[in-house]
Design a protein around this ligand. Sequence first.
Ligand SMILES: Nc1ncnc2c1ncn2[C@@H]1O[C@H](COP(=O)(O)OP(=O)(O)OP(=O)(O)O)[C@@H](O)[C@H]1O
Ligand SMILES: [Mg+2]
Length: 258
Amino acid sequence: MEIEEQQYIVEINQVSYQYSSRNVLEQITMPIKKGAFLGLVGPNGSGKSTLIKLILGLLKPDKGTVKLFGEPVDKFRSWDKIGFVSQKANSFNSGFPATVFEVVSMGLYGKVGLFRFLTKRHKEKVKEVIESVGMGEFIHQNIGELSGGQQQRVFIARALVSDPELLILDEPTVGVDVSSVRNFYDMLSKLNKINGITLLLVTHDMGAMTDHVTDVACLNKHLHFHGNSKEFEDNKDLSEFYGHDVHMLTHNHSHGGH
Ligand SMILES: Nc1ncnc2c1ncn2[C@@H]1O[C@H](COP(=O)(O)OP(=O)(O)OP(=O)(O)O)[C@@H](O)[C@H]1O
Ligand SMILES: [Mg+2]
């Protein structure tokens, strides 16, 4: 039992889920090892965001179990070990009255309490994290005045500032240009390799993804594949189906006003 806790950060076991009697996920078993950088791919509507909500305890499985750090999700309380950036994080308009520094500081409130002052150490941590996502020069800028991709980096900084052991990102690169996507993946790789953070990344950027992740999971109601990225690339049928399908759908997706 103890060995299991060490080894797996997330254990999804035989999970099924339906929204109003329509099956969205069936019999998903997907353990995530400590230290993995797992890319989760699948066409629109394949259940990726639903699976993440199940991991975060926002939805309850109809069948099966979810464990986090060895504990059943409904008993789990150490939420500061988990950072999360949702698919629709990009929603600050230009009037939103908070600077990059302030938005990232919000990520510490779970630790320091909403109305307590940040210590000097906390402030340094906030600054350091902002720099690590390449946003140092914007630290005192209003969040609403940044581009979508820049805002996305700030949200990641906010998720990182409490030093999570697991970082979950649901399509963080929607609206981010191609060269920034590369930099962004390099940044995630560093977090994974150097800081040892376990990462779960939902993405449609197949090209950038396969160069960076350690493992890939392919979801389309069922989990069609879960293995290391080399096995995924060697499986031509799979990588073509998911690569092609996902690409086509992403194209429509991004012009359909997400
Ligand atoms: N709150 C909800 N109520 C009813 N059905 C839902 C709800 N949320 C999602 N669904 C349906 O469940 C299916 C899976 O949705 P989900 O958001 O998990 O897909 P996804 O893989 O994240 O897609 P995308 O790539 O577009 O983000 C879709 O068919 C969707 O219409
Ligand atoms: Mg989704």
